[in-house]
Design a protein around this ligand. Structure first.
Ligand SMILES: Cc1cc2nc3c(=O)[nH]c(=O)nc-3n(C[C@H](O)[C@H](O)[C@H](O)COP(=O)(O)OP(=O)(O)OC[C@H]3O[C@@H](n4cnc5c(N)ncnc54)[C@H](O)[C@@H]3O)c2cc1C
Length: 375
């Protein structure tokens, strides 16, 4: 029996770690990723202002595994019914598997945007954004962040804080197509985040659609908005290996032998609702996938007649946390918390995640790095 997990982000690492303890020792377990580090992506925006945190939020994948084999290769195609994967360096077959490849930034084919904007999905992007913003600060220019979801809000917050620390006065503009920032979040949370951004001098423009870009300006329908730096956090699309993000139901079943977990899929939960693409949903879906992979592989091994009943994922939001520069906003139940209490919570959640995947030393260092505020 061979179980394969494709992608070593939140979903893939959480899933493999659970399978390492739940599957019998004889079951071969393989984790594939094109990179050899696990990126704690929900803290990536922090690197724009605090590049020293890079070593805390990039963890060698081998350090996170006890018995699974790690194969570093790019996935270029998946046949979820046959259990076959095309890789940059060959092929891989599995009896039961999971696609946890995350998503990539969607540019929606808007002319000029891919060429001129920097997304934020990788460490290299954070470095590029930091360097680009240095020039914007020197010249008192304008940085425009397009898309006011969790990543866009946090990027705008980091840029504004960076300018405040350097005592420069560039303009940071956050654009959103919908009528609110953090569009899918509760109104109270949106209001608190808006205030944190405005307090830091971020200019917010909602109901603003981008139709294209050239090297100097964004096209906003009939209007133009000049920029010196353009950052695009406007949405998600599927990885090239999968085409569009596949839609899966609450069992996370994506094919005869395959499950899809985390940002890689559009997951409809047991109540029929589409779940948001976040770290917390990826980790919780991974638990459901671990149970289902174990049931399906046991069934395949025994060649039983009827397929086992599969567990279903139900979305239960645990609350929300967003950082805006050195400030944070947390929604816990019906209450919105700001200031030091929310900041401490944000740091604890980052450290809690690192601890949960086993990077204990890094978790402690991360907490120190965040509280000392050192650069
Ligand atoms: C700046 C920013 C801030 C965020 N803030 C928050 C937040 O505050 N709270 C929150 O809950 N969420 C936040 N998110 C969202 C969160 O990071 C994602 O929802 C989460 O990373 C999804 O986990 P995943 O495992 O599905 O995918 P990922 O973490 O993206 O992992 C996918 C893995 O697959 C690998 N991979 C991809 N394609 C291939 C391929 N073709 N071949 C081989 N390997 C491949 C990648 O290298 C990666 O290791 C934020 C995201 C960003 C970018």
């Amino acid at each position: 029996m061979h179980v394969a997990v494709l992608g070593a982000g939140y979903a893939g690492v959480s899933l493999v770690q659970q399978l390492e303890s739940s599957l019998p020792d004889e079951t071969e377990l393989t984790l594939v990723d094109e990179r050899d580090i696990h990126l704690v992506q929900h803290l990536l925006h922090r690197l724009i202002r605090k590049p020293h945190l890079e070593e805390r939020i990039t963890i060698p994948i081998d350090d996170l595994l006890t018995r699974a084999q790690f194969r570093q290769a790019r996935v270029t195609g998946v046949d979820p019914d046959a259990g076959r994967v095309e890789l940059s360096d060959g092929e891989l077959s599995y009896d039961v598997g999971a696609v946890c490849l995350g998503a990539q930034t969607a540019f929606y084919g808007l002319p000029g945007v891919t060429e001129h904007a920097t997304p934020l999905k990788r460490v290299e992007h954070a470095r590029q954004i930091r360097t680009g913003f240095e020039a914007v600060q020197t010249e008192g220019g304008r940085a425009v962040v397009c898309g006011a979801g969790l990543s866009g809000i946090q990027v705008a917050g980091e840029l504004a804080e960076l300018a405040r620390e350097a005592e420069t006065n560039p303009s940071v503009v956050l654009l959103e197509q919908k009528s609110d920032i953090a569009p899918s979040f509760p109104a109270q949370f949106q209001d608190a985040v808006r205030e944190e951004l405005l307090d830091r001098g971020v200019e917010i423009r909602t109901d603003t659609s981008v139709s294209g870009a050239d090297e100097a300006a964004l096209e906003l329908g009939a209007d133009r908005l000049a920029y010196d730096q353009l950052i695009w956090t406007g949405g998600l699309t599927g990885q090239d290996a999968l085409g569009d993000r596949p839609q899966v139901r609450a069992t996370l079943r994506y094919g005869d032998r395959t499950f899809a977990v985390g940002d890689a899929a559009r997951v409809i939960d047991a109540d029929g609702n589409q779940t948001p693409a976040t770290a917390q949903t990826a980790v919780r879906q991974a638990s459901v996938a671990a149970t289902n992979i174990e049931r399906l592989s046991r069934h395949q091994e025994k060649s039983e007649g009827f397929e086992p009943q599969l567990k279903r994922y139900r979305y239960r939001p645990l609350g929300w946390l967003v950082s805006v520069g050195d400030g944070s906003v947390a929604q816990v139940g019906p209450s919105v918390v700001r200031g030091r209490a929310a900041e401490a919570l944000k740091t604890t959640v980052g450290a809690g995640y690192l601890t949960s995947v086993g990077a204990v030393r890094d978790a402690a260092q991360y907490v120190r790095g965040e509280f000392s505020g050192s650069d």
